[in-house]
Design a protein around this ligand. Structure first.
Ligand SMILES: [Fe+2]
Length: 291
């Protein structure tokens, strides 16, 4: 990956053993209706917060303007600390980083132990999707081309669009469907032991899952690392919106450095931040369109 700021922060993600519940998630469905131990693939860096509860409350599925979204400026911060828009001009609505690192603190030997799970291989489609958004013009992220911020879910319910259809459509094979027609792709769970670690790129849709089988809490420690960007912010190691402060505050940057433009470039070309992967990627891409 090349040089990066050593993390000063990480975060623990503890999933206590539990039964499926009726609680409706921000994806819009009751927990017990989501297949695959409630795997709902998402990208990191997305605003999350209270949203309209019924479809009739939604004024605009693409760019909702109800009170939940405040004045729709870059100052609106989610309950997950992620801004509604990254930049003051609201051209970017997703935070990003280079690598997601998980360190495993208890055994998770089979799917059902609260495993971290991924949509394997989807990072290629994620990068392609961002390039498509850039080509179309307008926002990068939710509210940009092909990515309505809200979607219908369940019986007259509403969910945040955690993954645009353009990415998930590549995973119809072995997918399951809920009665509302939503597609739930098959995850690849991390089957891991205490002391293991795993690394993904930001563009891998992923999710924690329900811990139904474990007698103990599922405990992982996570870091969000970013390859050093000359002129860029110092990265703490836990944030999914490292171009802003942890609480969403705007940071100072050197004249001429546009952190939003750099972030968009890296979303569109994530492998450019992985020095050690250049040969592997170019070999794998022989015969494919340049990326
Ligand atoms: Fe995540």
């Amino acid at each position: 990956m090349g040089p990066f700021d050593p993390p000063s922060q990480g975060f623990s993600a503890i999933l206590y053993p539990r039964e499926p519940s009726k609680q409706i998630g921000t994806h819009g469905l009751p927990d017990d209706e989501v297949p695959n131990h409630a795997f709902f693939p998402h990208l990191d860096g997305l605003w999350t917060g209270p949203i309209p509860k019924t479809a009739s409350e939604v004024d605009d599925w693409y760019a909702p303007k109800t009170e939940h979204f405040g004045d729709r400026s870059a100052s609106v911060i989610g309950t997950n600390n992620s801004p509604l828009f990254q930049d003051p001009d609201c051209t970017l609505s997703i935070g990003s980083f280079t690598a997601f690192v998980g360190v495993v603190l208890n055994d998770q030997p089979e799917f059902g132990y609260g495993n971290f799970a991924v949509l394997r291989g989807a990072h290629h489609h994620t990068a392609e999707f961002f390039r498509q958004q850039r080509t179309e013009g307008g926002l990068i992220g939710p509210e940009g081309h092909g990515w309505p911020r809200l979607r219908r879910a369940g019986d007259d319910g509403v969910g945040l669009t955690y993954l645009p259809d353009e990415i998930s459509k590549h995973f119809e094979e072995n997918a399951q469907y809920t009665p509302d027609g939503l597609m739930w792709p098959e995850p690849t769970p991390m089957l891991v032991e205490e002391g293991d670690a795993f690394i993904t790129v930001h563009g891998i849709p992923h999710s924690g899952t329900r811990n139904e089988l474990g007698a103990d809490p599922r405990i992982n420690i996570y870091f969000r690392l970013r390859r050093h960007r000359p002129g860029g912010a110092t990265v703490r190691g836990d944030s999914d919106h490292p171009d802003r402060g942890w609480n969403g505050e705007f940071l100072d940057y050197p004249d001429g450095y546009n952190p939003w433009q750099v972030a968009i470039d890296k979303l569109c070309h994530p492998w450019s931040e992985w020095d050690g992967m250049q040969e592997v990627v170019s070999e794998a891409r022989v015969g494919l369109a340049p990326c």
